[in-house]
Ligand binder design. Structure first.
Ligand SMILES: Cc1cc2nc3c(=O)[nH]c(=O)nc-3n(C[C@H](O)[C@H](O)[C@H](O)COP(=O)(O)OP(=O)(O)OC[C@H]3O[C@@H](n4cnc5c(N)ncnc54)[C@H](O)[C@@H]3O)c2cc1C
Length: 406
């Protein structure tokens, strides 16, 4: 069949491009016919990714950093501090820079092909995809286009029939789901109001309104910054509400009334303890958001995606066959995330108290290391001891019957 490929990527966004760009560096994949499919040409700056990383970690990432901040501020109603985050720094990558870098790299390899169009069907039993009226078949479909469960509310979710069935061991009605939704404005002020060396990593001084709300401020210069109003809740706000809250924050905390909006970003990231099936059949491996790459408790995915992609591809090249389970978080961290989501969902403790105590008692570096899932037993104990104990014991108790499934 001419439309047969060794590897097909269903969706060619962050996770697919991260894995594909790793593959072309390995001799093992040079003889493989690879197809990337997406309905989008990835020629717009559709998102910015922020993350913390050490210099050593940065040296392993695609060379597309847009901005780096040495310092981070944290604010809550009861506690504000400049976080000690060494050896980490906070970084930003613009989507368009990553897409251009990945496409340039992939286009140098004649075994890599593209097909742009809407995937209308994916059959996990036959390893086939339908798009542009054609059928594509593969030994391995790496899927980031179609989530195994509905992760986002419609109309953000694709309208076609989801071909996946629920995995037997994870009753969908029991998993916890929140949405992390945010609207950001890149603003320009005529006066210098920002410190370009310092990012505001979570400002909880805004009204919480029965859910979790905070603001990021990511300055590019003394006069320009991305200001992002972020909410963790089951439902989105109206467009007007994000605008009102952004305006209020800029007036009250940045003390600027005279500013221009240069650009804007809106995004929704699922926060869930759903146990993502990494393999859907002998043909389909779920990657990216669909494969559980997004950390359930924070929504961060960029650095994790790079690290998982590198390890997954290296392992595949070594063994000659992919190991889907190698791309999952360990059970321990999935349990921590699940308990955290229970504490938030049941409003057992406000998020500003969790993050406030976490930073105050543990320090920025240790918090980032814990959220990176890079801790040993003693460090875990310190982290668990740093958050409000009673609400977390309650949350863990309420999650007892779920913890087996996460
Ligand atoms: C606006 C925004 C900002 C974010 N910011 C951060 C951040 O600061 N830090 C961080 O760590 N994480 C962030 N995230 C979370 C996470 O890093 C991203 O969502 C990331 O892009 C997920 O990677 P992915 O490969 O799963 O999905 P995507 O990058 O979205 O790729 C999936 C691809 O599938 C394609 N697709 C979907 N359906 C179809 C179809 N039917 N047919 C054809 N193609 C299809 C889409 O066009 C898309 O290109 C952000 C997410 C969003 C939405």
């Amino acid at each position: 069949m001419s439309n047969h490929y060794d590897i097909i990527f269903a969706g060619a966004g962050l996770s697919a491009l991260s894995i594909a760009t790793q593959m072309v560096d390995h001799p093992f994949f040079q003889t493989k016919k690879i197809l990337l499919t997406d309905r989008d040409q990835k020629d717009k700056n559709d998102r910015t990714w922020c993350f913390w990383a050490t210099n050593e970690e940065v040296s392993q990432l695609p060379p597309v950093l847009y901005k780096t901040w040495k310092n981070c501020h944290f604010h809550s109603p009861i506690h504000s501090e400049q976080l000690q985050i060494k050896p980490y720094q906070y970084h930003m990558v613009r989507g368009i820079d990553f897409y251009n870098w990945a496409k340039t790299k992939l286009n140098q390899h004649p075994n890599v092909h593209w097909e742009f169009g809407n995937i209308t069907e994916m059959n996990a039993q036959t390893g086939t995809l339908q798009l542009n009226g054609k059928t594509f078949q593969s030994n391995w479909i790496l899927n980031s286009a179609i989530a195994p469960i509905q992760l986002l509310p419609s109309p953000l979710t694709p309208t076609f029939q989801n071909p996946f069935t629920q995995p037997n061991d994870a009753p969908s009605s029991q998993h916890l789901s929140l949405l992390q939704h945010f609207k950001g404005w890149v603003i320009k002020s005529p006066k210098p109001v920002f410190n370009p060396e310092c990012v505001t990593f979570m400002d909880f001084r805004v009204a919480q309104k029965d859910n979790t709300r905070f603001v990021y401020v990511l300055p590019f210069s003394q006069t320009e910054a991305l200001v992002e109003y972020t909410v963790f809740s089951p439902q989105l706000l109206s467009e007007q509400e994000y605008d009102i809250e952004l305006t209020n924050y800029i007036h009250q905390f940045l003390q600027t009334t005279d500013f221009q909006i240069l650009d804007q970003e809106f995004g929704v990231i699922p926060m869930t303890d759903f146990s993502f099936p990494t393999a859907q059949s002998n043909y389909v491996i779920n990657i990216g958001t669909s494969g559980g790459f997004v950390k359930g408790s924070t929504g961060y995915a960029f650095k994790r995606t790079q690290q998982r992609s590198a390890a997954f591809v290296k392992d595949w090249a070594k063994k000659g066959t992919p190991n889907p389970s190698s791309i999952q978080s360990s059970k321990k961290y999935r349990i921590y995330d699940s308990v955290f989501l229970r504490a938030l969902s049941d409003e057992l403790v406000p998020a500003h108290l969790i993050f406030g105590s976490f930073f105050k008692n543990l320090g920025g570096t240790a918090v980032f290391r814990f959220l990176d899932e890079n801790t040993h037993f003693i460090q875990d104990l310190k982290a668990l001891n740093a958050v409000p104990t009673l609400p977390f014991i309650k949350a863990a108790y309420r999650q007892l019957n779920r913890l087996f499934y996460v």
